[in-house]
Design a protein around this ligand. Sequence first.
Ligand code: AP5
Ligand code: ZN
Length: 216
Amino acid sequence: MRLVFLGAPGAGKGTQAKMLVEQLKIPQISTGDMLRKAVADGTPLGKEAKSYMDKGELVPDSVVIGLIKERLQEADTENGFILDGFPRNVSQAKELDSLLGDLGKPLDVALVLDVPFEDLMKRLTGRRTCKSCGQMYNIYFSPPKVEGKCDVCGGELYQRADDNEETIKKRLEVYQKSTEPLIEYYKNKGILRVVQGTGDINAIYRKILVQLNPVV
Ligand code: AP5
Ligand code: ZN
């Protein structure tokens, strides 16, 4: 199953992708996670990316396309993958189509998680992530048992640098302008599926499985 996850910042792409990874045994490929790792490692690519990410802008296409090209050639993508946060604009989507065309592995589904804009700010400002195991929490919707500590491993929770109100506003603007047109792009290709992304996380997951059912 070769899947693209679409949806605004905070729509729950990462949350749901992690659940699918367990079930489908295919990797989640998140350009956001790859870029944050490069920033944390202090690589030249990370240094370049950081200035864009801190402002809530997209990192240049050439940088992310380079990352994705390498990643999609790794052996664990043989049976498919979940792209989370890529593509982010029509030119990235075209590059992806051409890359997957060359590999003879076109996309099966582009799935949009649809969440009203007014819900996203609270989801993003409330998000906390475990430094050690990556488990995600939300101080408003799914808080940890002990403040600041991970229920799973006891690790410390942190807040993403771009999860502040000003940067979130910019990310939402960029989403509407650059990423939302991809909904039409994949609709025209006949592979778009839409799932309402509000309510209980497990209920949303079940709706996603229903949408993927003819394919998985
Ligand atoms: P990226 O890391 O991709 O962030 P994003 O798109 O802004 O998406 P998020 O990770 O914020 O949201 P999500 O949908 O995964 O939500 P989550 O599941 O975490 O990108 C960051 C930056 O990197 C970009 O701004 C850009 O600079 C750069 N970048 C990345 N990819 C790029 C690309 N391809 N091209 C150029 N630049 C790129 O959930 C959010 C919160 O909500 C959590 O707390 C969660 O617990 C909670 N939650 C989830 N589901 C529910 C629910 N049903 N009800 C209540 N709360 C919920
Ligand atoms: Zn943890």
